[in-house]
Design a protein around this ligand. Structure first.
Ligand code: SF4
Length: 94
């Protein structure tokens, strides 16, 4: 199992669409979650208010890479891929 280096990238790079304490509208991609403390630890960890999305993130060599910058790039790419996959097809205008 890949150990977490606590870089905080997975709490900054992705968007979170569900409401959570201190961020009632969720979190846009690239914005640091306000529930992440100065040590890059989640202040909601273990609490029921923590978004399910967050619990699903696990350290992964492919995603985390070897640095914070690599992790940010990899997660941003996943974010774009997911957004593309969820787009509705445009209706053709005649
Ligand atoms: S709620 Fe916690 S785990 Fe989720 S993005 Fe914020 S700091 Fe990270």
């Amino acid at each position: 199992m890949t150990p977490c280096r606590k870089c905080g990238a997975c709490c900054i790079a992705p968007s979170i669409t569900t409401p959570m304490p201190n961020m009632p509208n969720g979190k846009p991609a690239g914005v640091r979650c306000v529930n992440l403390n100065d040590e890059n630890l989640c202040t909601l960890y273990g609490r029921p208010e923590r978004p399910t999305f967050c619990s699903g993130w696990k350290p992964d060599r492919e995603v985390c890479g070897k640095s914070f910058v690599q992790a940010m790039k990899n997660i941003a790419a996943l974010e774009r891929q997911t957004a593309f996959e969820h787009q509705e097809p445009r209706s053709e205008q005649v």
